[in-house]
Structures are given as C-alpha cells and as structure tokens.
Design a protein around this ligand. Structure first.
Ligand code: SAH
Length: 453
C-alpha cells in the first residue's frame, strides 16, 4: 500500500521512541505517531511521507493500550513540554534506557560496555527549579502566560505546570494581575514592541529561596514598588527580584544585563553538602535531587584518591568539580559565561576550597592552550551543552591523555558521536548510567566512564 499525505489508515502501535513517539508499521514502513503507546490500535492520519518512514497523528483511538494512563495536566499535548504524560513513569524510564543503549550501539557503534539501569526520580512532578514563562497577548488582547507550543512560538496560556513548584504558578499569576491592572505592555515577537517578555523564576530547593526575574524590552518597569510589594507580600521565600534587559529582536530569552531591584543578586542552594550562589545568567542543573545522584555517579567514575589533578570542562558555576574538590589535589574549571565563572570562584571561597582555579574561556581554545603548556590531568570531566563537544576539544583531551574521562551528557545522540571519536583515539567506554533529570519530557541525562587503554 502506497501511503500518501492525509490518508487515514488503521495502525497498530508496537514500539515507542525514547523521545516519546509511538511507532507502528505499514508494509514495512515505520510510521511515527506522537502521543500513542505500544498496544494502541488507532486510525492514523498521515501527515508526511518520507522514503522509509512517515509521520502521523492520531485521528481516533480504536483500542487503547494497557500502558496508557490519564494525563494529569490540562495543557498536555498543547504545550511543548511533556511527551510521556499519557503512560506511566516506570514505562517512560524503560524507553529512555533503550534510547541511550540504541544511540551508543547504533550511532557510536560501541560494544562491551556496562549498561547500568537508569536512575529514576522518586517524584516525577514539581522537580524543576527553574521556569522561563513567556508573556504575550492573544488575538482578543488578553494577557497570556504559559509555554510555547511544540515547535512554535505561539504561547499556550497555561496557569499551572506540574513540572515546577506550585509557587511558580502563584508568582506568575501575581505578575499577570500587576500587568493587567497597570496596563503594562507585553512583548510582541512580530513587531518587536512591548515591555514584558518573560517571567523567569528560580528556586534553591534545599534553602527554599526564590528568585524572580522579569525579562524586559526596556530599561525599567513602571509601578516597580507595587510589584515588589505584591510579590514579597505574597511569599516570604522571594529573596531576590531582578530585571534582565533584553532589547534584542531575538528569540534568545535572556539579555546580558541584570539589575537587582529587591534583595540579593543571587540565591543560595545547597548541593552535595556544599553551598552554591546562583545568578540569573549562570547555568544550574534544574533537578536538585537527581543532580546529587548524577554527581555521585560521576564522582564514583572519577575514582579519586586525593592525589589527582582534575579538569572540569564546561563547568558552569563549578558545581561538579567543587563537589569533588576535597577528594583531589588540584581542580581546574573552564566555562565560557563570565558570570558563571564569577559564581564558581565565589562558590570555592564560600566552601573554603583552596585547591580550585577557574578560567573563563571557550572549552576548545582552553583545551588547546592546556596541551601547549603540557598540562597533564589525571581525570577530565566534560559536561557540554546538547550539541556535544567540539572535535578539537576531544583531540586536545586525548593529547593530555588523562587516565579517565567522565562524560556527562544531556543528549544521547551527540554523546554517542563523541564517544566514537574518543574510541578512535584509544579510549574505552567502560560504564554507562542514564539518569532521568527530566521526567515526563523527552530529555535524558547520561554519565559515562571512559578509560585510556
Ligand atoms: N557542569 C555544569 C554545567 C553544565 S551545562 C553543571 O553541572 O552545572 C554546560 C555548560 O557549558 C554551560 O554552563 C555553558 O555555559 C557552557 N558552555 C557552552 N559552550 C561552551 C564552550 N564553547 N566553552 C566552554 N563552556 C561552554
């Protein structure tokens, strides 16, 4: 049967990708259908046909899979956040585990490594310590706050999200009322006009401090005192209110300049027994409890005896390296964002860590420079953004020839590509542990131990 766009065909869903899409087959051709589950029989509406596969959406469910659960969010399927809310969390973990294994064996062509079971979350709800909520206006002129739809920049009005703390919803509602009451303009991506762009909220989970940051297309806000009074009156957890200036016509959320209008310019969290200051622009892992498990695994992989020289590349605010600083002789962290490096240095001081040094530089330039100086680390930890490492970084790490490389990744596919490069240079992928930092979404974290052969 030749599939065509807009055909409606019966489809039995037999598998699921780690990104949350059900898969069925028609005459040997894979058909990907999001929001379905293995065991479903559906009528599929074909949306796009490629050479060997097709994409579809559900026209109607004929027989639902026993794997299905009732989604517990009104915005599910509308906003671009969760993809697994229609199946149980334990099933979701199995698909994520499989995704990591498939990426490493198929893309990375790796074998012989120890694949450990995924470390799941005790509570898959309310785990996010950070939300960036776009503010806009609908066609009727009503103020909307919520999340962008899947692959789009249309704001889905949504007053509750199960992924972040409930307080984030009440803070957002308070700001929305302040915008409405004072008729403050909101940003329009098409015209580039309007003041309020995003509401950005961060929580330090262990201390329960909250930072509220308004991303604005201007230098200041009207009725500032009223906003501060309302927010601090509604929650005594709010310790910092900040304006982030972003006048650029871009979909990059944050601008470079921050102005503190209430309290401190950071909040303070405790992670792995250490105290960390977090500024609006610094990267900080979004799932506190899972991060402690991830770092513990990374530390186990680093096999530190106390005499090592450890390099932490892509170190953010220094958290991974600092969590191991007491167990090494020397720590060097490298990160490209200046504010994060300032945080990392302050974090070392705050925790009385004296054997750490941090430099603000591009990882590949820094790594090249380090090889020129004949730097010889015993262990290198890398934790790059989703696109993975630059080939030159891998090259430079291998030239420094550490005994062990611990790779922390938030993208199994780019991880697999990079591990293959390390393999070519003689490193052996020994042990792999997926960690679910992002329950209900398509994302999964992985930590890998490589050793020099
Ligand atoms: N290890 C940290 C941060 C990991 S996120 C933690 O666990 O919290 C990845 C970090 O890489 C971010 O802080 C980002 O700013 C940084 N980064 C991105 N590109 C980089 C580059 N080319 N060179 C150095 N750091 C970079």
């Amino acid at each position: 049967m030749e599939l065509k766009k807009n055909d409606i065909v019966p489809l039995e869903i037999t598998d699921m990708t780690g990104q949350g899409s059900g898969i069925g087959h028609i005459d040997g051709m894979a058909v990907f259908c999001p929001l379905t589950a293995p065991g479903d029989t559906i009528n599929a509406h074909i949306l796009k046909v490629k050479k060997n596969y097709a994409f579809a959406k559900t026209e109607s469910v004929v027989t639902p899979s026993p794997m299905r659960t009732q989604p517990d969010c009104v915005c599910y399927t509308k906003c671009g956040g969760c993809v697994f809310r229609h199946i149980s969390y334990s099933e979701e973990l199995k698909f994520k585990q499989q995704r990591v294994y498939d990426a490493l064996t198929r893309i990375g062509k790796l074998n012989g490594f120890m694949m450990n079971p995924i470390i799941g979350c005790d509570d898959p709800d309310h785990y996010r310590n950070k939300s960036q909520i776009p503010v806009g206006q609908d066609k009727e002129g009503k103020i909307v706050t919520g999340f962008f739809g899947n692959h789009s920049h249309r704001i889905i009005d949504c007053s509750e999200c199960r992924l972040h703390p409930e307080e984030f919803d009440s803070i957002t509602a308070e700001i929305k009322r302040w915008i409405e009451k004072n008729r403050i303009t909101v940003y329009n991506e098409t015209t580039g006009k309007g003041l309020i762009r995003h509401i950005y909220i961060r929580q330090a989970k262990s201390t329960d401090q909250i930072m509220v940051c308004l991303v604005i297309n201007g230098g200041d806000i009207p009725k500032q005192d009223e906003l501060i009074k309302k927010l601090t009156g509604s929650s005594d957890k709010i310790k910092s209110i900040i304006l982030n200036i972003n006048r650029e016509r871009t979909n990059v959320i944050m601008g470079k300049k921050c102005v503190t209008i209430y309290g401190k310019d950071h909040i303070t969290d405790t992670l792995c027994g250490l105290s960390f200051d977090i500024s609006p622009l610094s990267f900080y892992q979004i799932n506190h409890d899972q991060t402690e498990k991830l770092y513990a695994k990374a530390k186990e992989y680093a096999r530190l005896s106390g005499n090592e020289f450890l390099i932490d590349l892509y170190c953010g605010a220094g958290t991974i390296g600092l969590s191991m600083a007491y167990n090494v002789k020397k720590l060097l962290g490298v990160e490209i964002i200046p504010q994060a490096i300032e945080n990392a240095k302050a974090n070392a001081l705050k925790n009385n860590i004296q054997n750490a040094e941090f430099i603000c530089a591009d990882a590949s330039l820094a790594a090249k420079e380090l090889t020129k100086n004949n730097t010889r680390p015993d262990v290198v930890i890398i934790d790059p953004p989703r696109k993975g490492c630059d080939g030159t970084v891998i090259e430079a790490i291998c030239t420094m020839s550490p005994k062990r490389v611990v790779y922390v990744s938030c993208d199994p596919e780019t991880l697999a590509r990079d591990l293959a490069l390390f393999t070519e240079k003689g490193y052996i992928t020994e042990d792999v542990t997926p960690v679910d930092m992002f329950p209900r979404t398509q994302h999964v974290e992985v930590v890998v131990l490589m050793s020099s052969s």
